[in-house]
Design a protein around this ligand. Structure first.
Ligand code: PLP
Length: 492
């Protein structure tokens, strides 16, 4: 494709993207295809001779698009919805048009410098203490691919810090602390690093008030592990867990770590709910004071609820040197005059890979185009839409909220009255599995499930920028009817 062909194909692609977004509401939310459908449509090997662009893009439209789940459909309430804005799309388009794997300052100064600046914009928007700002040159922020990578990076830095402060410690005695509600990346990090992982049980507090880890649970676990000759060196706390949006008590936990176990690194995973820190009214609830006072690192994904297309996971650290100590390997071919002089940031030492995408461009576009007020408005809109769903669940006698609602997430289940008919856990669970399976088979909305202390529940997460009140109303109608039908079938 030459430049003029690209111009034509590019305009056409933008037209197709617009048509896609115009038609989203009419599409099934979930792909209506069977496993393996694409194998039958696409040849087994790449073509010997290249194809005309027109046929390639038509095949995309015909074969690929129908196999996509439409995450930006207004009725997508599954997982945590992921962000999509046209500012983000244009940022990705432009950054891929110059393809700079800006791993150090020299490799593309603007990639590094824009990232350092927008991460400070974001830190200020979220109210993060200046200790985390790039401009102070002690802490700082970096954009990672995902929250899983952010956590893994923090754990690697924590391990290096622990080993250098406690030389001679056997790696087998190190323990990563997570909770029973931490995202699965905690266990995965243990598998990758070959380290023990201990999950502190928080299910009881989550079920009662949707708070998670408290200081006392942590203190007891550390004492127990120390007595067994083990060394917990990092704790992953979560603000807004995946299952229920639970909130670990970061201030309380952080104070105990600081006072009694200062060699434990506190990483706060606020991948989903962290963006609410942009709104002053949520800062206390979302643990900002604790984060500012005690966290060694904190992760907030812009690509979940932060208007910025996947991928854009922000990681702030209190001491950048901890990342560099753990990750800097500089052979001759990576040396630069500026790096040697130490007056630039080389982001390759702040994450696991070498090359990196120019993600700050889309974040810059998003923050400039929406402004802080537009960013806050999106958060408040989603929470308010979720609240309208919560009210309906509360008012309907056949449902119950399993946990108090958190931000824009509702966790609920069928629980018909009188509860005496169905108070056996397994029978309520099988009722709810039937209800969920009914919802899952529908093309017109998407939800996901979870289990809390053995209780099967359904999650309803609001986050798509296109979701409006009418979509909540429609979803409620579908959900209520599905619930009533299941009860009818079961004779309840
Ligand atoms: N942390 C929380 C609380 C999440 O909900 C998720 C995913 O939903 C993750 C981490 C993992 O996010 P990522 O896909 O960016 O690794």
């Amino acid at each position: 494709m030459d430049i003029e062909q690209f111009r034509k194909a590019g305009y056409d692609a933008i037209d197709r993207i617009c048509a896609y977004h115009y038609s989203l509401r009419e599409k099934p939310v979930v792909a209506q295809v069977k496993p393996g459908y694409l194998r039958d449509l696409i040849p087994n090997s790449a073509p010997q001779k290249g194809h005309e662009w027109a046929s390639i893009i038509d095949d995309y439209q015909r074969d690929i698009l129908p196999g996509l789940t439409h995450w930006h459909h207004p009725s997508f309430f599954a997982y945590f919805p992921t962000a999509n804005t046209f500012e983000g799309v244009l940022g990705d388009l432009l950054s891929s048009s110059t393809s700079n794997p800006g791993f150090n300052w020299f490799a593309s100064p603007a990639c590094t410098e824009l990232e350092a600046v927008v991460m400070d914009w974001a830190a200020k928007m979220f109210g993060l203490h200046r200790a985390f700002w790039n401009v102070n040159e002690v802490g700082g922020g970096v954009i990672q691919t995902t929250a899983s990578d952010s956590a893994l990076t923090a754990i690697v830095a924590a391990r290096t810090r622990y080993i250098s402060d406690h030389s001679g410690t056997a790696l087998e005695s190190l323990v990563i602390y997570v909770t029973t509600q931490t995202h699965s990346f905690g266990k995965k990090a243990g598998m990758i690093l070959g380290l023990r992982v201990r999950a502190l049980d928080v299910d009881a507090t989550v079920t009662t008030d949707n708070t998670g880890l408290t200081g006392e649970v942590l203190r007891a676990a550390v004492k127990e592990d120390h007595a067994r000759g083990l060394h917990p060196f990092v704790l992953i706390a979560t603000v807004g867990t995946t299952s229920t949006g639970a909130i670990d008590q970061v201030g309380e936990i952080g104070a105990i770590i600081e006072e009694s176990f200062p060699s434990i690194w506190l990483h706060v995973d606020a991948a989903w709910a962290g963006v609410t820190l942009a709104c002053p009214e949520y800062r206390e609830f979302a643990q900002l004071p604790g984060i500012n006072e005690h966290a060694d690192s904190v992760c907030i994904n812009f690509h979940k609820w932060g208007l910025t297309n996947f991928d854009a996971s922000s990681l702030w650290v209190r001491e950048r040197r901890r990342l560099i100590d753990a990750l800097d390997v500089t052979p001759e071919y990576l040396r630069t005059k500026e790096g040697d002089a130490g007056n630039v940031t080389d982001y390759r030492n702040w994450h696991l890979s070498l090359g990196r995408r120019f993600r700050s461009l889309k974040l810059w576009f998003v923050l400039r185009s929406f402004g802080v007020e537009g960013f806050q408005a999106n958060i408040r809109k989603c929470i308010s839409l979720n609240n309208s769903f919560v009210e309906r669940v509360r008012a309907c006698p056949i449902f119950e909220l399993v946990t108090p609602p958190a931000f824009a997430l509702t966790v609920f289940r069928l629980l018909p009255e009188p509860a005496g008919n169905t108070d056996e856990l397994e029978s309520v669970n099988s009722l709810n599995r039937a209800f969920y399976s009914d919802l899952q088979s529908r093309p017109d909305l998407a939800l996901t499930q979870t289990s809390l202390g053995g209780v099967f529940c359904v999650r309803f997460a609001v986050g798509s920028t296109r979701t409006e009140q009418r979509d909540i109303d429609n979803a409620w109608k579908i959900i209520k009817e599905a619930g009533e039908n299941v009860l009818l079938k079961m004779g309840l």
